[in-house]
Each structure stands twice: as C-alpha cells, then as structure tokens.
Write a protein that binds this ligand. Structure first.
Ligand SMILES: Cc1ncc(COP(=O)(O)O)c(C=O)c1O
Length: 470
C-alpha cells in the first residue's frame, strides 16, 4: 500500500531519527528495525527508483545493506557488521581517507567556535583557504569563489566566463561529448550525455560538444563558431574524463587546447572536481600535461570526506569582473567556516603525507594488476586504464560490468559504474589505500571475473551474453 496519504507526525519522525544518531551499538532487533525503516523511507519518501539501482539491495528489495560507520581510512561497515573495502571513495570524495582524524579535529574545533558565519563580518577561514588555494593551484590562479558542490563550482565558472567575455562579444562554450560537469541547467548544458539532457531540453543556448581528445575537430568547431559570429567564450574540459569512463586524452591534447584558447582569446576552464586533490598522482591532473587553466573547478575531495565544499579558482584577470560587484554571484553557505576548516586540513594532509605521490605509486601497482586481469579475461574486458588512483575497467557489455560490481560487492569490495559510461567500472579508492589492500582487490577481482567467465560459458547464459555482445 502506498503510504502517501498516511498522516505522519513530524516530531515522532525526527525523534526516531535522532534516536539512531545517538546510538552507539545495535542489537539484532535494532538492526532489523533500522534496515526496514531505511528501506521504507527510501521507497516511500526518497525515491523507490534508487532501490532498483543499488547492487546492495537484493531483487525485490527485501534486504538492503544500510551503511553505519567508517571503520578505518579505507573501510566502512554496514548495520549487520559487514566490512567493505572502499574502492569507490564516494565517487572521489575520500582522498584523505574516511574520518581523517586531522580533518575531523579541525572541523570539531571550528564547530565549537562558530559553525556558520554571520555573512556580514569577514570570516577568517574563507580568506585563508583562498590564499592556500592560490599557493596550491598551478600558474596564475589566484582568486577563489566557494560553493557547496562540484556542480556549483562549474556553474560559477560558466558565469564568470560569461561575465568576462560578454563585453568582448564572445558567448559560446565548447565542451566534450561524454563529459560530466553536473546536472543543474548550466552545468548540464556542458555535460555530454543525452540521457541526462533530453528531458530538460532546451538547455542553455550556445553550447557545442566535440569528441574528447580530438584537437582537429575542436579547432574546426572553434573556426565554425567564429564564422557565424558565435565566438567562443570558453572551452570547458575535464583533463581526464571521470564519469565518461576514465578517459585519458592523448598527451599533446591539453597543451594544444591551451594554445588554441590563447590563439582565439577563449578561456580554458578545467573541471578538476574529480581529478583534483591528488587523485591522479599529482595535486591536479593538469600538471601531468603542463597546462594551466584560466578557471579551475574543484569540489569533492576538497572537503576531506567530511564537509561539502566547491571552489572556482580563477586568474586575477578573469576574476576581476566580480570586483566591482561581488554580489553578482553569491551563495549563503558557500565557503562556510566548517567547510573551510575541512578543506584547510585536507590540503595539509595531502601535502604532509605526500598523498598524491602515494596515489601514483599504489595506482601504478593496481593498474598493472588490472591490466594483467584484462589480458586474462579478454572475453569479458576490453581494457583497464587510468592514472594514479582514478582507474576503470571497461567491460564488453554494461551487464557484465554490473555483474562484476555486484560480485565484488558480495566479496565486500565496493566499486561502481561511471555515470556516463555504464560499461566502465571505476576503481577509485581513498589515496590512503595500502599495498595489502590493493593485493586483496586484485585477488577478489580475479575470483569475481572467474565466476563471471564460468557463468558465461554455462549453456543457458551463453546465449544471453552472446546476444548482448552484438
Ligand atoms: C568532473 C565533475 N564535475 C562536476 C561534478 C558534479 O559534482 P557534484 O556532484 O558535487 O555536484 C562531478 C561529479 O561527479 C564531476 O565528476
């Protein structure tokens, strides 16, 4: 029965939830009640559609793995006490590990002092984080606008580019097919996947998409825009496409894009929401290619896996369009003291623990192992690829990738597909993952692949998989 008409008591609902927040240990009865309650809440009040997509929920939604706490930097526990090795990293937010004690300590100190700011006096941490990012980011990037998510950081970048370029008569944007920049109307206009875009058409005018990694097509599109007077305000790219399936461009692509931007007076916006903060083995992925953007988008891991925060960092030349009227683009919560405390402690962790370097070392080991598996199971896998600890295995069919993620989940290793490319399963653990844990991932992955391979050669399944591979 749908409960949409049942009268709920809001006080009871809130108090019931607070009761769980204040609990430490759970009895068997608690676990059953909590799991049922959470499933009901998702089905009736969040979105029943989610339950269909979670590999942690069995067919028919009769059991769901409900997460309870982080048990270590790279592991989490569900209400039943099952521990999962996190190779998903919350889609790239746990670079410094789960519940990083130094990030928590900074946030707790600030929580005790002043969680949110007055909006009128100058909030110290916002200033200090902006200065820290100016020092951390490449090239002349200097001024920061803070928000609460990756989408908002992209939205701010697009608006900044428009404000800078409209007096110069340039208003169009070029993005890449397969790109993911978020799902607000502005960010979605840059995102390159039809399934996410189609229901919301028409999106912002003046956005063109070209294949990622192909400089000739990009150049032609820029020239085409010039011919029709739709001069390009900015080119927006992820240095490595994350949700597109972890797609690395040719080595000379980004430098050529930078040169093209300079040639025609377009801005280069790099979206490092997922690739930034050490993920690919350098602090920012653009550093692998020696390229400096005019505007850099950050979020996800910037908050240390503790607080949400987004940052749009720009050169003084570009950002100065907001000097005269800083209220042109604002947000109440962006850059709040708790988020800034988390981000400052995160930068400190990344630098003092050399986490980008660790990502490079463990990433190279893991990737070598995954590529070995790809050569052992060519009937299942097209390739394994990545940089640092942003990696993906591309399967021959969506369904095989999904079955692999599910088989790993059953072995208590958490991975997931990428949003724009369902055939590719991402491996994106915290940068704190140990060598032993990498070895375990490879061992469990091999067993999962063997199981899938055996299932495929089973006569009943054979037809289904063969049909799918067309
Ligand atoms: C490159 C990139 N940009 C933007 C976003 C959107 O970030 P958020 O989900 O925090 O709004 C994502 C999210 O996956 C992303 O990977």
């Amino acid at each position: 029965m749908s409960r949409s008409n049942v009268r709920l008591n809001p006080l009871e609902c809130a108090q019931q939830a607070l009761h769980w927040i204040h609990r430490d240990a759970l009895t068997q009865d608690d676990i059953a009640a909590l799991n049922q309650d959470v499933l009901d809440c998702f089905r009736e009040y969040v979105n029943p559609g989610f339950l269909e997509y979670r590999k942690s929920v069995t067919t028919g939604c009769d059991y769901g793995a409900v997460e309870w706490c982080a048990s270590g930097p790279n592991t989490l526990i569900d209400t039943q006490g099952n521990e999962y090795l996190d190779c998903l990293g919350g889609y790239g937010i746990f670079n410094v590990g789960h519940r990083n004690p130094n990030v928590i300590a900074a946030v707790e100190r600030q929580l005790g002092r002043q969680p949110l700011h007055s909006q009128e006096l100058l909030d110290p941490l916002r200033g200090m984080l902006a200065k820290t990012l100016a020092a951390l980011t490449p090239g002349d990037l200097k001024y920061s606008f803070f928000s609460n998510s990756g989408t908002e950081s992209v939205e701010a970048a697009l608006k900044l580019a428009k404000a800078y370029q409209s007096p110069r008569g340039k208003s169009t944007f070029i993005a890449a097919s397969g790109a993911f920049h978020g799902k607000s109307l502005g960010a979605l206009s840059a995102t390159g996947k039809s399934a996410f875009r189609r229901p919301f058409m028409p999106l912002l005018p003046g956005f063109y998409h070209v294949p990622f990694g192909d400089i000739n097509t990009l150049r032609k599109q820029v020239q085409q825009c010039q011919k029709t007077g739709d001069d390009v305000a900015a080119i927006i790219l992820e240095p490595i496409q994350g949700e597109g399936g972890v797609i690395l461009p040719p080595e000379d692509y980004l430098p050529a894009v930078r040169a093209l931007c300079d040639e025609v007076g377009a801005l280069l916006i790099l979206d490092e929401v997922q690739t930034g903060m050490g993920r690919t083995g350098r602090m920012f992925a653009c550093e692998h290619y020696g390229v400096q953007p005019d505007i850099l988008c950050l979020a996800k891991a910037l908050g240390g896996g503790v607080m949400p925060i987004g940052a749009t960092v720009a050169t003084e030349e570009v950002f100065s369009v907001l000097f005269e009227n800083p209220f042109l683009h604002t947000t109440t919560f962006g850059g709040n003291p708790l988020a800034c405390a988390a981000a400052l402690a995160t930068v400190n962790e990344l630098l003092t623990k050399n986490l980008p370097e660790q990502a490079a070392t463990q990433g190279a080991f893991l990737l070598q192992g995954l590529q070995q598996l790809a050569s052992e199971f060519p009937q299942l896998i097209i390739e394994a690829r990545g940089l640092g600890l942003l990696q993906a295995i591309e399967f021959r069919k969506n369904k095989i990738g999904y079955a692999f993620a599910k088989a790993l989940f059953q072995r208590h290793v958490l991975v997931a597909g990428t949003l724009n490319n369902a055939k590719s399963v991402r491996i994106e653990p915290p940068l704190t993952i140990t060598r032993e844990q990498c070895i375990r991932v490879l061992k469990e992955a091999k067993e999962a692949l063997k199981e899938l391979s055996d299932a495929m050669s089973d006569e009943n399944n054979m037809k289904e998989y063969a049909a799918e591979r067309k």
